[in-house]
Design a protein around this ligand. Sequence first.
Ligand code: ADP
Ligand code: MG
Length: 248
Amino acid sequence: MKNYLTVNNLSYSYPDGHIALKDVGFALDEKESLAILGPNGAGKTTLILHLNGILGNLTKEIKISNFEYTDENMANIRKTVGVVFQDPDDQLFMPTVIEDVMFGPKNFGFDEKEAENLAIDALKKVNMIDFLDRPPHHLSYGQKRKVAIASVLASKPKLLVLDEPGSNLDPSSRRELIEILNNLDVSKILVTHDLPMALEICKRSIVLNDGQITRDDDTLNILRDDEFMKNNRLELPYGFAFHHLGEE
Ligand SMILES: Nc1ncnc2c1ncn2[C@@H]1O[C@H](COP(=O)(O)OP(=O)(O)O)[C@@H](O)[C@H]1O
Ligand SMILES: [Mg+2]
């Protein structure tokens, strides 16, 4: 299906008057993976909080599989779009991992047994099935991150939105996360500062700067455009070489 998600002329000001989004527009195809890049304060988190209706008060500027963001569609939209917050501690609050991951499906009306099956499936996808009886708050940051992703995946969203999922991960956890995300058969929107991660997961990226989209292009084209990168305060890690990715 074309244009699975569309965002048209979306603007948003916080109650204090700060304009965080200005005329943001883009469309996403089904099964597409899109990265949202941009410096701190660009409006990335503000944008994705609109995608499952946390911010924006049922804005008409967004549609998902042709559903407008209206009151009556909201339950459906929350089920379709799963948002993984930047801080896993904002997502995990139950006494055990399995209860945390079952919480979403139960909330969406699945019975205990179905919710458990969905949770087990989701925990397998993030390599955390051996931790199901553990208290989430005793896990390492990387493990919490994976459980937070499972807790969203368990409700079977069609679009998975992740806010900086790679932050504070050691290199092997980061590598594992990239593999996990690349193996998920859903549409993805990935907000990240980790430009090589964006390149590995998302063929296409949009760049936000000061609340506006300054580019919507192949991730590779963006990362290779030194002048654009500099003007948008984006920087590849020191020593990054494109041929590490089989390029050139
Ligand atoms: N609750 C809020 N009230 C007022 N301004 C906010 C609030 N949250 C974020 N902002 C401002 O909105 C802009 C965009 O923030 P944010 O979406 O968090 O950016 P990013 O995720 O790209 O770092 C920033 O200037 C930020 O200071
Ligand atoms: Mg943010």
